[in-house]
Structures are given as structure tokens and as C-alpha cells.
Write a protein of this length. Structure first.
Length: 135
């Protein structure tokens, strides 16, 4: 299992054509790779969560572009894509009193791998617990 702390940026975007394109363009301009994205749209606006593995904090880039953003640490976990892996992961976190507040991810069929992105109540503790569990 490969696990590291990444960063998640949550922003409000208008629900109009081109809004997401403009937002994502900021990351490309700064040569920052997006490793995960999720959104929830309600009527005329939406919340977009972007996960990045960046050495530098980038909230200032978003703020300078006019976006209000919330930055949170996020766990980026590469797992084998097979039944029970996510169950084991969530069990270990629950047993250590670590709450999962956001989860998203995808499987890569070619290598039988998956990436799970977790926002948790204590990212540093979760990283330590999962590394010690060696799953």
C-alpha cells in the first residue's frame, strides 16, 4: 500500500458553462497535477473538491484568481483493486477513532490498482496508523 498526505482544495463555482474549465486551467498553468476531483451541484452553484500532490501550498493561486477556498490535508492511498480492501482500510481507521468525512476514488483496471482519497479527522494520526498496519 502506498500512502501519503496530499492536499484538497474546496471551492464554490457558479453552475455555468466554462466555470470548471477556468478553475482547472489554474492548475495546468502552475503545472500541478490533479489526482482527484469531485463535485456537488445545486441549482446555480456548486462545490468542487480538487485533490493534488503538490509540494507547495496553492491556496494563494486560487485566492488571487478570485476563488474562495478551503485547504485540508487528504490521504492518498493506492490499494489493490479487490473486494475487501476498502473494508479493511475503514475498519483500521474506525478502530483507531479516526473519522472519515470525505471519500472518493477510482480503480485502474489495467494494473488492478485503485486510488482512494480520504479526508479524515486527523490525517497525521491516520497516516501513522495505516503505515503501522502495513495493509
Amino acid at each position: 500500500m502506498n500512502i501519503k498526505i496530499a492536499r484538497q482544495y474546496t471551492v464554490f463555482l457558479p453552475n455555468i458553462p466554462g466555470a470548471l474549465n477556468k478553475f482547472i486551467g489554474l492548475f495546468t498553468k502552475e503545472n500541478i497535477n490533479i489526482i482527484g476531483i469531485a463535485s456537488e451541484i445545486r441549482d446555480d452553484s456548486g462545490i468542487v473538491k480538487i485533490a493534488v500532490e503538490a509540494d507547495k501550498k496553492i491556496s494563494y493561486i486560487l485566492t488571487n484568481a478570485g476563488f474562495t477556498t478551503v485547504e485540508t490535508p487528504l490521504l492518498s492511498i493506492d490499494l489493490t483493486d479487490k473486494p475487501g480492501e476498502l473494508l479493511l482500510l475503514t475498519k483500521i481507521l474506525a478502530q483507531n477513532n479516526i473519522n472519515i468525512t470525505t471519500v472518493y476514488g477510482s480503480a485502474f483496471g489495467v494494473n488492478k490498482a485503485s486510488r482512494i482519497l480520504l479526508n479524515v479527522s486527523d490525517a497525521t494520526k491516520a497516516l501513522d496508523v495505516l503505515k503501522r498496519a502495513d495493509i
